[in-house]
Write a protein that binds this ligand. Structure first.
Ligand code: FPP
Length: 239
């Protein structure tokens, strides 16, 4: 059944934890990496859907700092997929006026993959449409600790007074500087956890946990999540 979405209340920023690639592959007796390969196609489709609906920012959790604990084969393949994804999509990003951003730490991402991230950011930086953000080698506690370190360094150098730090300007020290907080978080596969993702930024987000694996998450599922978001009342702590 076609969903009717309220075009006036499309979330400005949607963050997505793409979970369930491994389980999807296992159920199909495929290698885990095949789940990631299929998952990559869903990223393309959801970017298109978000763009068409007028979402302004979409952030995908593509690789966490904890993911390095996986097998060498799987992590190496995820680096290759990042490279392939950006290489294959550059033309489309430019054509559709999509700006690409990456958040996360550089080390120990292989040089070829890091260069691709940086180049794609540079080649799309003037685009003014949807902002596509990949959280890659990202961990939220690490991001917050990095922010605390930067603030301490600024204070020590005399460029900042510790008493001036507040909720508003703390965000300027995060990797997401300049990006509005997500309004909606979607985590696929039915797992109900945040897993060290955008802990500061998700403070007021609506959370949605559809019970489908990421490789099966289609446009219809995305629209259902937005519809659920629109049915909830957002009060930001007020009555
Ligand atoms: C979680 O599923 C998914 C990941 C750790 C990686 C997500 C990566 C992709 C979708 C492909 C790369 C995409 C881009 C855009 C570079 P899981 O493996 O933890 O699944 P499981 O919990 O079922 O094992």
């Amino acid at each position: 059944m076609a969903l009717v979405l309220d075009k006036e209340h499309i979330p400005r920023h949607i963050a997505i934890i793409m979970d369930g690639n491994g389980r999807w592959a296992k159920e199909k007796r495929l290698a885990r990496t095949e789940g990631h390969r299929e998952g990559m196609k869903r990223v393309e489709e959801i970017v298109d859907a978000a763009d068409a609906l007028g979402v302004r920012y979409v952030t995908f959790f593509a690789f966490s700092t904890e993911n390095w604990r996986r097998s060498k084969t799987e992590t190496a393949m995820l680096m290759r997929f990042l490279d392939i994804f950006l290489q294959c999509n550059l033309k489309r990003l430019i054509k559709n006026n999509i700006r690409f951003l990456a958040i996360g730490r550089k080390e120990p991402i292989p040089e070829y993959a890091w260069k691709r991230l940086i180049a794609t950011q540079a080649q799309t930086k003037e685009n003014s449409g949807l902002t596509l953000i990949l959280a890659f080698n990202y961990g939220s506690r690490q991001e917050i600790a990095d922010a605390a370190r930067k603030i301490a360094e600024e204070a020590l150098a005399g460029r900042l007074v510790p008493g001036d730090i507040n909720e508003e300007n703390f965000g300027e020290f995060l990797y997401t500087k300049g990006i509005p907080d997500p309004d909606l978080l979607i985590r696929t596969s039915g797992e109900v956890r945040i897993s060290n993702f955008l802990l500061w930024q998700l403070s007021y987000a609506e959370l949605c946990f559809p019970k489908v694996y990421w490789p099966e998450f289609k446009r219809q599922n995305f629209e259902e999540a937005i519809s659920e978001y629109q049915r909830r009342t957002r009060r930001f702590g007020a009555v």
